[in-house]
Design a protein around this ligand. Structure first.
Ligand code: RNT
Ligand code: ZN
Length: 418
């Protein structure tokens, strides 16, 4: 009752600045965000790795990480039950499910290894996105995969990419929802390279070979993810932003912007409209870099709101494929998912509740004073009342109430995993 009453009052206030809260809620309820499975186990996967290699790192030792497919699926269920909306899940190739004792190397992974995930998603009405895993593997230990000088190693990774395309196609067809297959490789050098050109040429050729696989474009979308540096690979990254932006635009694949993969003062929010002008779609890995690509949990901060504004103001909810990408092992991992996913949705609602046309008109007419005043006042409009109403409507706990459920689950389940 209280929630509804407060919402009605908020609705009236927003109406005065020309914002339709009902429409905002309707649009938000249709949004799907890709929830990354790897937050649940510190990017370990099911092949026996302890943590990730490839210049990325999950730090912390909070108890209760998922150790097998069942635990990871249960934990994701717990998280999803506290996040408003119907979403997608994001899998890595290292999360294949094998029958007891059997394993298959990355170059010969098959759709059947992901059937349990497809069933999981189908039962819950979720979509699935997919990622080849070009790290946490002996043949990636040198820090080079698709750009390797050793033809046999390079070929192994090309075959991995091709195998993953077939798996993505299988997933897309089974769920009748396009699967986004994102390619990120760690390749780079710790110190100043003697040749910056040839590794990029080899990467270009490898990607072209992967894309030459026969696959149904209706069910698979491909994106490529650039990076500025990785741990131990500080001086040179083969798959840089310029490399992939040109690659994507010439090959008709999507550019994926990871908010941790640029220089510290560079933001991806500003890149979204530029990409939307030149390509049909753009993909995101929303994360939070703290001084480096640290992959902290996504908070409701300025950059998250700017990202959301660029999506909403450009009416691009169906052109920007939003996925999250962080891994914090120092806090309850389910809470990490819930905080980040709720914040992504919250930021989209924030942007949907702005009088975007009016603000743009101020800018176009040079009324920068009014523009600033309204933008600032809107920051303390009763946005939280609309958010609570939305959560209640979507049948998930309001405010911080959801943590009670996570705490219970921690006591009954997570702490028993030793
Ligand atoms: C690494 C990239 C990449 C990974 C995941 C696990 O810097 O951001 O997207 O985080 O694929
Ligand atoms: Zn990423």
């Amino acid at each position: 009752m209280n929630i509804t009453k407060r919402y009605e009052e908020a609705k009236e206030l927003y109406e005065k600045v020309g914002v339709d809260t009902e429409l905002a809620i309707k649009k938000l309820s249709q949004v799907s965000v890709s929830m990354h499975c790897w937050q649940g186990d510190d990017v370990a996967g099911f092949e026996g790795a302890k943590g990730p290699s490839g210049g990325i790192q999950a730090t912390g030792n909070y108890p209760g990480k998922a150790r097998n497919p069942k635990e990871l699926m249960d934990d994701m269920d717990m998280a999803l039950s506290l996040i408003p909306g119907t979403h997608r899940i994001n899998l890595h190739a290292s999360y294949g499910v094998f029958e007891d004792g059997k394993t298959t190397d990355r170059d010969s992974l098959k759709p059947e290894h992901f059937r349990p995930w497809v069933e999981y998603a189908r039962e819950r009405g979720l979509g699935i996105d997919f990622n080849p895993t070009f790290f946490s593997h002996p043949l990636a230990d040198s820090g080079l995969t698709l750009s390797h000088t050793d033809e046999e190693i390079r070929r192994f990774w090309i075959n991995h990419g091709k195998a993953c395309l077939k798996i993505s196609e299988y997933i897309g067809k089974e769920l009748n929802k396009p699967c986004l297959m994102n390619i990120w490789i760690p390749d780079g050098y710790k110190d100043i390279p003697a040749d910056r050109y040839s590794p990029r040429k080899r990467l270009m050729d490898s990607l072209d070979e992967i894309l030459a696989t026969d696959f149904d474009k209706e069910y698979v979308q491909i994106s490529v993810e650039s990076k500025v540096f990785g741990i131990g690979l500080e001086s040179y990254t083969v798959g840089s932003h310029e490399f992939y932006m040109n690659y994507a635009s010439t090959r008709g694949v999507l550019c994926l912007l990871d908010s941790g993969h640029y220089h510290p003062t560079e933001t991806i929010s500003d890149k979204i409209p530029s990409l939307l002008l030149f390509s049909d779609k753009v993909a995101l890995h929303v994360t939070r870099p703290v001084r480096w690509d640290s992959d902290h949990v996504v908070l409701f901060d300025d950059e998250l709101r700017e990202i959301a504004k660029e999506i909403i103001r450009n009416d691009a909810l169906d052109r920007v494929l939003i996925g999250l990408d962080y891994f914090d092992a120092s806090i309850n991992r389910i809470s990490a998912w819930v905080v980040g996913m709720r914040n992504m949705m919250r930021a989209l609602l924030y942007a949907l509740l702005l009088p975007n046309e009016m603000l743009a008109q101020y800018q176009n007419k040079g009324n920068f004073t009014e523009q600033m005043i309204l933008q600032e006042e809107l920051k303390t409009y009763p946005f939280g009342d609309v958010w609570n109403y939305f959560c209640e409507k979507m049948d998930v706990p309001i405010r911080e109430m959801w943590y009670k459920k996570v705490k219970e689950y921690e006591e009954n389940e997570l702490l028993k995993r030793i």
